[in-house]
Write a protein that binds this ligand. Sequence first.
Ligand SMILES: Cc1cc2nc3c(=O)[nH]c(=O)nc-3n(C[C@H](O)[C@H](O)[C@H](O)COP(=O)(O)OP(=O)(O)OC[C@H]3O[C@@H](n4cnc5c(N)ncnc54)[C@H](O)[C@@H]3O)c2cc1C
Length: 522
Amino acid sequence: MTSPTTSRPKVVVIGAGFGGLAAAIRLQARGFAVSLVDKRDGAGGRAYVYRDAGFAFDGGPTVITAPFLFEELFALAGKKMADYVTLVPVDPFYRVRFADGRIFNYNGVHEQMLDEIRKFNPDDVDGYNRFLAATKEIFHIGFEDLADIPFGKFGDMVKIAPAMIRLRSYLSVYSLVSKYIKDPDLRVVLSFHPLLVGGNPFTTTSIYSLIAFLERKWGVWFAMGGTGAIVDALVKLFVELGGTLELGTEVEQILVERGQAAQATGVRLIGGRTLPASLVVSNGDAPFVYKNLLDPSVRRRNTNGRIDKLRYSMSLVVSYFGTKKTYPDLAHHTILLGPRYKELLSDIFDKKLLAPDFSLYLHAPTRTDPSLAPPGHENFYVLSPVPHLDSGTNWETEGPIYQEKLFDYLEKTCIPGLRENLVTSRIITPQHFHDDLNSEKGAAFSIQPVLLQSAYFRFHNQSEDISNLYFVGAGTHPGAGMPGVLSSAKVVDRLIGDRDGTGNQLDPIAGTHAPRRLPARA
Ligand SMILES: Cc1cc2nc3c(=O)[nH]c(=O)nc-3n(C[C@H](O)[C@H](O)[C@H](O)COP(=O)(O)OP(=O)(O)OC[C@H]3O[C@@H](n4cnc5c(N)ncnc54)[C@H](O)[C@@H]3O)c2cc1C
């Protein structure tokens, strides 16, 4: 029989991003009494939904890959995801538009991809086939075998070192692509994926070329009602399991009892209220949480000095806007490449310079789900990678100027008459990531996915100094992006197991946990 909530060990999860929601659901299903708190007035974290003038703008993630990672959460509770939210396939996955107007329609249908490659350079067809074979092997090791296991000990890293060397993970994604592909434009098309998780394709470990394979294998999906509909579904599931969600509730400090082994005892909220807990899980940005929510005296490893030396991902300007006209020729996802690639990325990642040019991602979700705008209207967001706050840009003054530049470019390239049809617009800048989402340096994807910040070298899912403090989310292993943060929750679930830390067996609410194995291999 399931024990009453009051007698179950308490867990506080700080942050209701996808990582926090997934961890909260998993632990609640295991039999803990979970309190999930978030400082914002809505759940989802980066996937917060902005509602203006009848439009529902997904704030962040829009490209859904590996949907089974969401399905698993419902299965844990003995439920079916399809009863909560409907996912539909998106085709093309991306329409890539070069600065000179040429188009590459990128999808998961092999023959169609070969046709697109031929259009650019017939000599690269064979190389593309070999590149795919390489990404398949990387995927089997990098995702299937490593994404949801803990990397808490250096020995864990040593064990995988031979496979990492064999897979040439010391190469960057761009270098790996260049081993197979000669055409400079095709190299861009096949190497941009790290940008989806905040990495520079020229420095991100080639392990991340597994994203391309992941998309081919399971497709690219969109949730009807937007990504916000997935957030709502997860919140509903969590509450149905008996979990408690408190929004507008910011944690000021993780409380730690110092003894021979330091232990977290709960959290103190802004305003002074405390929430006691047997275990604490943080979904806040790991570097920010270490620096601001934990006293330096209780963290020997994650000192401010170490955290300040890490390499942080890019940030973003995102403009959300609606028009009173529809644009049926647009694809759901368009990548608008500017004139520079490597040099622009170097400005963003190395020089921390706000460049005069840009490469953009344009989201037009009403191409798939018209209900996200009033009838006859189009819902958009345009996203521009920019340096994080080390650029020194004053975003309060620069933000509106930057938005006008984005609109100029969109009017010229793919949304003619944008301004005369504009109904509403708002922007977020690196300052938002810092101020509203508590992210170190205003980085949009926490620390970069370079080799020396991956697996064991990324923030661990269990604190090295406080054994009942756990971390999920973009800055932790395995990394940013929805599949990454959902996998981080899986790692924490596994680390905690079905004992409450005192050796007592838990009394699961919803039966057994789903098996770890993924759907059949390709
Ligand atoms: C514009 C944009 C587009 C993206 N597109 C995609 C995409 O298409 N596909 C994809 O897979 N990924 C995408 N990503 C990446 C992906 O969205 C993120 O990596 C992922 O959602 C981060 O989840 P998280 O679990 O780290 O939590 P976050 O979303 O970072 O949420 C953390 C939460 O913690 C809360 N919090 C922090 N500190 C405290 C505190 N002290 N007290 C209380 N609450 C606190 C914050 O308010 C926040 O709600 C995109 C990201 C952005 C920004």
